[in-house]
Structure formats: structure tokens, C-alpha cells
Design a protein around this ligand. Structure first.
Ligand code: SF4
Length: 408
């Protein structure tokens, strides 16, 4: 079996763990349509992309249920910028600060609840940004899908936690699955690219094959499988995380199912996200199965560089606060209502930010000695901190053995 990970420069982000692309089995791998955006920001930072938010704006957790992601720990908003200001400030220089608007505790939990979402997308795309949204999908009517398509929205990621009974139980709302699927179909009818977002946890790991089945039955071109990222000491999400052997098994299963799709002539994009040890894991498997391809993959992984929190991705909250990534909400680097994003992002007086930008020099433990450090970059610092209290400790979600990381 041949598998491959293809990661373009434009896809560099902390969310890009590993892309297993069936069409990459072909001699000439085609263009991968999903990418981060061309940006007017001279600092070449990427706009935010995270669960339950639009690609340019970090909004609050999914309305339909508490998702198993960092979003569920968000604070109550104090005050907020207008929706478009999130775009204007961090990513377009020389824009005057807007006045904060009155917080709305509801519509920022799901992008489609925002009355100014279309305005935001219009502004983003008109300035050359590539806009995508992550949504529970339940509010995408055929008319809404057409509107989004007309605004050149590039992609809609719809969160699903499995088949109908599992999803609805998980989300606590009967009918959530049916409404999400209706939204997916509306997107497809409108010609909008749509994909599934599945966050792997103890309660739904058995649903992975079902997600692949849904991809086939509904002719959905893409699925992203997210590892859990828990942040903050005592995070309840830690309890939802898979044991390491099970996480490894899940990734193995995703690779197997992706290869099977390819063999059956179904070119789907399958990504694993938020655990950068997936990269060396895939490489090591390829090394056994297709050494020539493995060499190409290693080159791509080196180019990607692993986790880029605080470097290649930024999170700007609804209130203008800037964070190193969407999970790192407990570290605020500044606020775009007070300073330009560029000034915040390059502030040499911020010692921690400077350390984050060079985190490979500061990680300790297994990560420090790991031979894959250059292609993983120590994975997620917030996970290390959540479990050990030490920001620079090894990422506890790494399932590679000591032998595999070269420390035995
Ligand atoms: S030990 Fe650390 S650097 Fe190495 S692969 Fe695992 S998480 Fe990444």
C-alpha cells in the first residue's frame, strides 16, 4: 500500500497535522484545493482557522452543543469588535480602530448566527483573503448556501460526531444530524465545497469508519479528523482524550480507510489535524511500504515545519485579544483595539512570545531529544502545560515510541 502526506506551504498552521490524500497515490499529485490564504499582511501570518468560527474571526463555541475542543472553555465576552474589524485589524495594515460593539452572547457561538457574517465574507474575499467557515451546518438553507457561494466563500466545514444517533446524543439535540446533513446537501447543490469535521474522542472513536461511509454516500469531498487539544490546567477535555495506543490505532485506521478509498477510485481529501506526530508516524509507515515516496513525504514534512502556534497562525478573539493560536486563550499577547497586530506579533519585549517563536530551542523532555523535532516542532505547548503545568514539557498526546523518536 502506498500512502503519502502532501502539505503545501500555504497550508502551514498548527492545525495542519497531516494530510492523507488519496490522489497523492497518483504519480502526479494534483493541486490540493484547501489552503490558507494569500494575505495582505506583510508579516505573512495567517488568519484564524478554528472550530466553530469563521476563517477570519474567532467566535464562541458551537451553539448546538459543547464541542470537544478548546472552544468550550471560552470566556464570556467583555466587549467586542465589529465582525469585520477582526479582519481589518490583524491582517490589513493601517486601518483605524473601530469602536467596540455591544456583546451578543448568542450569535457568536455559531458563525451563521451572526447577522454580519455575509458582510464579513464579502469584505474578506474582496480584499483577496480566502474565507472559509466552520459551522454546525444546521442553519445552511439552500438560499443561504447560494448567498455564501455568491460571496466566493471557499469552503464550509461542518462538524459531525458520527452517525445520527451518536451525533444527536453527543450534541444533545435530536435532529441535529439531519439538519447538518441538509446543510451539507445545500452547500453541494450550490456548488460550495463542503467537508466534514470530526473531533476524535473516547465517545466517538468507533465512528471513524462511519464517517468514511458518509463521505461516500453523500459524495462529500473532504474530511478532517481532529485530535483533541486541551488547554489550561485541569482541563476537563483531558478526560475525553484517547489513550495513546488508541489514538495511534485511530490514525492507523484513518490511513487504511483513506488508502482503501483510493483503491476504489474515490478521490477524497482526508486530513488528520492537531497532532503533529502524525507526520512522522505516516512517514515511518511509508518507509516500510514505499521508501521512494517516503523520501518525498519527509521533504514535505520538513518544509511544513510542524506546529506554528505564535508564528504562522494567530488567533484574534471577538474582543480583539490576540493569542498564539485558537487554543491558547489563556495567553493574550495584546489587543488590536489598542495596538496594531503587527506590533503585537513582533513585540521583542514580550519574552514569552519570542520563546514561542523559537519553541524548538526551549522544549524539554522527549521532545527536546526527538529526532522529529524539526518536522513536529514539539506539537502543542498548551497540551503539555495542561497536563504537567510546564509549558515546555513534552506533548502528552505524542503516541510515538521512544524507539520511533530515536531516544532508545
Ligand atoms: S516527541 Fe515531541 S517533537 Fe517528537 S514527535 Fe513526539 S511530540 Fe513531536
Amino acid at each position: 500500500m502506498r500512502t503519502v502526506s502532501r502539505i503545501r506551504k500555504s497550508e502551514r498552521s498548527p492545525r495542519r497535522g497531516c494530510l492523507i490524500h488519496p490522489s497523492s497515490f497518483l504519480p502526479q499529485a494534483p493541486h490540493l484545493p484547501f489552503s490558507f490564504h494569500a494575505q495582505p499582511d506583510p508579516l505573512n501570518t495567517v488568519p484564524l482557522f478554528c472550530p466553530c468560527s469563521s476563517v477570519l474571526v474567532r467566535v464562541r463555541p458551537c451553539l448546538i452543543a459543547p464541542p470537544p475542543c478548546g472552544s468550550s472553555r471560552l470566556r464570556t465576552p467583555r466587549s467586542r469588535l465589529s465582525f469585520s474589524s477582526f479582519i481589518l485589524h490583524p491582517f490589513i495594515p493601517h486601518t483605524p480602530n473601530p469602536k467596540p460593539q455591544t456583546p451578543d452572547p448568542h450569535y457568536d457561538r455559531e458563525p451563521l448566527l451572526r447577522p454580519d457574517l455575509l458582510e464579513l465574507i464579502r469584505h474578506a474575499t474582496s480584499t483577496g483573503l480566502r474565507a472559509v467557515i466552520s459551522t454546525n451546518g444546521t442553519l445552511i438553507s439552500p438560499d443561504k448556501a447560494r448567498e455564501l457561494k455568491d460571496l466566493n466563500l471557499s469552503y464550509v466545514g461542518v462538524s459531525l460526531d458520527g452517525t445520527e444517533p451518536v451525533n444527536d446524543k453527543f450534541r444533545g439535540i435530536p435532529g441535529a444530524y439531519a439538519r447538518a446533513m441538509a446543510g451539507i446537501r445545500a452547500c453541494r447543490q450550490a456548488g460550495l465545497k463542503v467537508g466534514l469535521r470530526f473531533t476524535i474522542n473516547r465517545r466517538n472513536v468507533g465512528e471513524i469508519p462511519a464517517i468514511f461511509k458518509i463521505l461516500i454516500e453523500e459524495d462529500i469531498p473532504r474530511a478532517c479528523f481532529y485530535h483533541l487539544v486541551y488547554a489550561g490546567r485541569g482541563s476537563a477535555l483531558i478526560e475525553e482524550a484517547l489513550e495513546l495506543p488508541r489514538a495511534r490505532q485511530a490514525v492507523e485506521q484513518i490511513i487504511d480507510l483513506t488508502a482503501d478509498l483510493h483503491r476504489r477510485g474515490m478521490p477524497k481529501e482526508i486530513l488528520t489535524v492537531d497532532n503533529h506526530c502524525d507526520g512522522p508516524f505516516l512517514y515511518l509507515r511509508l518507509l516500510r511500504e514505499d521508501p521512494a515516496r517516503a523520501a518525498q513525504v519527509l521533504e514535505l514534512l520538513q518544509y511544513n515545519g510542524g506546529n506554528s502556534s505564535g508564528v504562522g497562525i494567530a488567533c484574534v478573539s471577538w474582543d480583539g485579544a490576540v493569542h498564539p493560536d485558537q487554543f491558547w486563550r489563556h495567553l493574550t499577547l495584546g489587543n488590536v483595539r489598542e495596538r496594531k497586530f503587527g506590533d503585537i506579533w513582533t513585540d521583542k519585549d514580550n519574552a514569552l512570545l519570542m520563546m514561542i517563536k523559537e519553541k524548538k530551542r526551549h522544549v524539554t523532555g522527549r521532545c527536546a531529544r526527538c529526532k522529529w523535532l524539526d518536522i513536529c516542532a514539539g506539537n502543542f505547548r498548551v497540551r503539555a502545560e495542561a497536563v504537567t503545568g510546564d509549558l515546555w514539557a513534552s506533548d502528552p498526546a505524542c503516541y510515538l515510541t521512544d524507539e520511533e523518536i530515536g531516544i532508545l
